[in-house]
Ligand binder design. Structure first.
Ligand code: PGA
Length: 255
């Protein structure tokens, strides 16, 4: 069987502050993507940079956005629709990042965003993850609910365009030493695959890469990629450091 491509996703969040810096960072990342044919490299960038980065020659690294509106169009000041993102050149969108959930995104809104993004022709990277853990496993029901509701309007025919990023909120933006341990990540990936199987059936669920995100750096990425049995990584801070990010891509390419 052909080995699946590992997905390495950069989430630039609200960085960098100038288009020049964005171009430089993207060009370095794209160079690593060109050298790493076994890795699918995606950059989720601020909306204002999408058009600037997608113009000109076709790039190997894919360019996407970090969120889209739960509405298709209309009087929603400051919002960006899935169609707008697609029409300006984005190929994917993150949806349900915990920083958006914290800002008020509910699972019902996320479900609408997922459906609109898919209809617009954007691949969806759906983020799920628990805020904290209880000892009786209640957090697992929470993650199941995020998946079941979030994907309730996602058609099985589009399964090849779906990516799930498991991001435990307690491990995001922390010291790199506090990233989740590979064996725990492995357990969570199995659990998420099980829920995806309940939703879409085994054959389709197997096609969905399940990524880990939360305080990943080059150091801990190696064990997570080798022993965590993940489909890839979603990386925040270290995606802004072109050297560290390239090293992670390079390592993933050798697996
Ligand atoms: P971090 O962010 O890698 O800086 O922890 C990850 C994320 O929020 O997606």
């Amino acid at each position: 069987m052909k080995k699946k491509k590992i997905h390495i996703i950069a989430n630039w969040k609200m960085n960098p502050q100038t288009a020049e810096e964005a171009k430089t960072l993207f060009s370095k990342t794209n160079k690593s993507a060109e050298k790493s044919k076994k890795v699918s490299v995606l950059c989720a960038v601020p909306y204002v940079y999408v058009g600037k980065l997608t113009s000109g020659t076709k790039k190997v690294a894919k360019i996407g956005v970090q969120d889209v509106s739960s509405e298709a169009s209309g009087s929603y000041t400051g919002s960006i629709s899935a169609d707008m993102a697609k029409n300006v050149g984005a190929s994917f969108t993150i949806i349900g990042h915990c920083e958006k959930r914290k800002g008020g995104d509910t699972d019902e809104m996320i479900s609408k965003k997922v459906a609109l993004a898919n209809t617009a022709g954007l691949s969806v990277v759906l983020c799920v993850g628990e805020g904290d853990r209880d000892t009786n496993g209640g957090y697992l029901d929470g993650i199941k609910n995020q998946l079941v509701v979030g994907l309730s309007a996602f058609p099985k025919e589009s399964i090849k365009t779906l990516v799930i990023a498991y991001e435990p909120v307690w491990a995001i933006g922390k010291s790199f030493k506090d990233a989740m341990k590979p064996d725990q990540i492995h357990e969570m990936c199995i659990y998420i695959k099980k829920v995806l199987t309940q939703i879409f059936g085994r054959e389709s669920a197997e096609l969905v890469p399940v990524l880990y995100g939360g305080s990943v750096d080059f150091e801990n990425s190696q064990a997570i990629l080798s022993d965590g049995e993940v489909g890839g990584l979603l990386i925040g801070r270290q995606s802004l450091d072109a050297t560290a990010f390239s090293n992670i891509i390079g390592y993933a390419n050798k697996l």
